[in-house]
Design a protein around this ligand. Structure first.
Ligand code: HEM
Length: 329
């Protein structure tokens, strides 16, 4: 028992149950808590400081970082494939055009390359940054395991078949999530990310229509009409394509359970949000989450851990990139 603990975390195939070690604990036979305890002790601190300082100067950063991890993990797994620049990489798919936060990841990476060269993966920085972003805006502060390695593949055509669209039915959403090993429960919990951040008008504009005199016709009856009026004012036909509105009309800067309360009052911004209330399989869970923030926070911890473990590369898979925007080769 003691001997096994001594070789950990290098000996990652060893049974998780048999290991209790001061700094590292096996969680899934691959990722480990405090993976950088010996190789780069300040890794998590550097990421937290970077996220914290960039969020103070730009409050849109937490939302961006939280969306970034989702779009990274659903295509090729959580391997920073979304950070790779170049012709036809994942970034060039229209679904990723409004994803941001890359510069925050790069700036943490630059510091870490000085402190511990070639050690901390971009994939881990993305996961840690999303975790910290949630904590910074009042959400649960959780521990997540690390040890992800960076992927070498990033292809635009892999994006569409893996990410989700606001027009999806519940069955389509459940299907995409289950392809990643995520449950219906995870879908409802992780959608709670829409308690922060913003969206462009084009993401929900088809839920109502505005005639030439500015009168509203509701297309999607699942949307509260007074909320639709507010959205129409923020997104008139003449609005520039860059206009954005808050995902959560009530407490957009705070990670809380308000998203679920919004759903109960038909104020889910996307059709895919409203679907969580109208579907019999998820309505009760939405109600429970709206009534109990502790339950949301606890569940968030579990589902976020699953999301950040999707398709991870560990051991001798992938590489540790020197710059997140390009592979080493
Ligand atoms: C379940 C299906 C989902 C759909 C269809 C969806 C769709 C969208 C869309 C269309 C936007 C607005 C993009 C824009 O117009 O700029 C958005 C924003 C956002 N999404 Fe989702 N999303 C989903 C799930 C998730 C999940 C699981 C997470 C994270 C765990 C997430 C985190 C975010 C965040 C934080 C924003 C705000 C981004 C910002 O402020 O820049 N979403 N989502």
């Amino acid at each position: 028992m003691e001997k096994r603990a001594m070789v950990f975390p290098f000996h990652i195939a060893v049974s998780c149950l048999s290991i209790i070690f001061l700094f590292a604990t096996c969680v899934s036979g691959s990722l480990v808590f405090n993976f950088y305890a010996a190789s780069c002790p300040s890794a998590e601190l550097v990421v937290r400081d970077t996220v914290s300082s960039s969020s103070s100067s730009d409050p849109s950063i937490p939302g961006k970082l939280l969306r970034l991890i989702f779009h990274d993990c659903f295509v090729e797994g959580c391997d920073a494939s979304l950070m790779l620049q170049g012709n036809n990489t994942e970034q060039s798919d229209p679904g990723n055009r409004s994803v941001g936060g890359f510069s925050v990841i790069e700036s943490a990476k630059r510091v870490l390359e000085v402190l511990c060269p070639g050690t901390v993966s971009c994939a881990d920085i993305i996961a840690l940054a999303a975790r910290d972003a949630v904590g910074i805006v009042g959400g649960p502060v959780i521990q997540i395991p690390t040890g992800r390695r960076d992927g070498m593949v990033s292809i635009a055509s892999n994006v569409r078949p893996n990410i989700l669209d606001t027009s999806f039915t519940m069955d389509e959403m459940i299907n995409r999530f289950s392809n990643k090993g995520l449950s219906l429960f995870d879908l409802v919990i992780l959608s709670g990310a829409h308690t922060i951040g913003t969206a462009h008008c084009s993401s929900f504009r088809d839920r109502f229509q505005e005639d030439s005199r500015g009168k509203l016709t509701l297309i999607d009856k699942a949307l509260d009409s007074s909320y639709a009026e507010e959205l129409m004012k923020e997104c008139p036909l003449s609005a520039s394509p860059f206009v954005q509105v808050n995902n959560d009309p009530e407490t957009s800067m705070v990670f809380d359970n308000q998203y679920y309360t919004n759903l109960l009052t038909n104020k889910g911004l996307f059709q895919s949000d409203s679907a969580l209330l109208s579907d019999n399989r998820t309505r009760k869970l939405v109600e429970d989450l709206a009534n109990d923030q502790d339950f949301f926070f606890q569940s968030w911890g579990q589902s976020f851990l699953k999301l950040t473990s999707v398709g991870v590369k560990t051991g001798d898979e992938g590489e540790i990139r020197l710059s997140c925007a390009s592979t080493n080769a």
